[in-house]
Design a protein around this ligand. Structure first.
Ligand SMILES: N[C@@H](CCC(=O)N[C@@H](CS)C(=O)NCC(=O)O)C(=O)O
Length: 333
């Protein structure tokens, strides 16, 4: 674990001293957009036109933010258009490593780099900041398009449609305001909430995060008892963003991050929702539980000093989810 400062790697854990024991996630810095015609997106430079084979994703199967990009790539049928390199699940003194000595880890398909920070340095040899996944890489300009998953999934959602992406829009115009509002709560209290609980270094910081987390899960449970998805009966990015946290919850967050008031298995609606999305074509293939469990239990020595991986729960995500009772799934074009 560490970061780059003026292009030099430094091995440092997150600083929580200045925030009363509270974990703060830093902002992503590469914010360009791939667009259908190469025009500039909401931020960054122009010149990143959607083309088959031009872009490459660097991901970790363990990381919930990177996982979003793999799911949208699968649901939009973009596997043939956008390649993927998968890092080793352990993230220690060198940060993410592009090693292939763990089943499912691919090494670096493009440059043969052994550390992800070398890729950041190729994009900017003076970079200062964290070296995070996911990264969307442009093989033509040899730079990082974006390292912000929330924006990468929106690029995959529509920019590649003319190249034959699968139909379906996970961020349709008419639902954007509602999606944005849910995303904000889910991001702060759930996606990042589990990390705030797990990385807290004071009782107050932990209590605050974990209470808010379970209040939010209770509210989501109720919402998903009334409708099939978070926004009516249309599957949207809001669902996919919540889902990557739900998948890791019982196998990891309950024990490793001390999020142990309830399991997702104890919430009938959240559990059915978890199973339904797991069963969508292409999604189960994006879930690598060995990477998920090895990463968390082995990469946070301040949280789990001996690196012991817990036995973990038995998971049953292939059984009927029963969500049809709330109505047909509507697909937005
Ligand atoms: N805002 C980023 C966050 C990504 C992120 O924090 N990824 C974690 C892995 S789950 C990471 O790479 N952390 C390395 C670090 O913080 O040094 C996104 O959503 O893309």
């Amino acid at each position: 674990m560490g970061l780059l400062v003026d292009g030099k790697w430094q091995d440092k854990w997150y600083d929580t001293k200045s925030t009363g024991g509270r974990f703060k996630r830093s902002e992503s810095q590469f914010r360009n957009w791939v667009t259908a015609d190469g025009s500039a997106g909401p931020s960054g430079d122009s010149g990143f036109q959607a083309e088959s084979g031009r872009y490459h994703l660097y991901v970790s199967y363990a990381c919930p933010w990177a996982h979003r990009t793999l799911i949208v790539r699968a649901l939009k049928g973009l596997q043939e258009h956008i390649g993927v390199s998968v890092v080793h699940p352990h993230m220690l003194e060198n940060g993410w490593e592009l090693r292939d000595d763990f089943d499912g880890a691919s090494g670096d398909a493009l440059y043969g780099f052994s550390k992800l920070y070398e890729l950041y340095l190729k994009a900017d040899d003076n970079y200062t900041g964290r070296v995070t996944v996911p990264v969307l890489w442009d093989t033509q300009r040899e730079t990082i398009v974006s390292n912000e998953s929330a924006e990468i999934i929106r690029m995959l959602n529509t920019s590649f449609d003319d190249l034959g992406a699968a139909p379906g829009n996970f961020y349709p115009q008419a639902l954007q305001a509602e999606i944005d509002a849910i995303n904000e709560r889910v991001y702060n209290d759930v996606n990042n909430g589990v990390y705030k609980a797990g990385f807290a270094t004071s009782q107050d910081a932990y209590d605050e995060a974990v209470v808010t987390l379970f209040e939010q899960l209770d509210a989501l449970e109720q919402r998903l008892g009334e409708q099939r998805y978070l926004v009516g009966n249309t599957l949207t990015e809001a669902d996919l963003r919540l889902w990557t946290t739900l998948v890791r919850f019982d196998p990891v967050y309950v024990t490793h991050f001390k999020c142990d008031r309830k399991r997702i298995a104890d919430y009938p609606n959240l559990n059915g929702f978890l199973k339904e999305i797991y069963q969508l074509p292409g999604v189960a293939e994006t879930v690598n539980m060995a990477h998920i469990r090895h990463h968390y239990f082995r990469s946070h020595p301040t949280v789990n000093p001996h690196g012991i991986i817990s036995i973990g729960p038995e998971l049953d995500w292939d059984s009927p989810h029963g969500r049809e009772r709330l109505g047909e799934r509507e697909i937005s074009g």
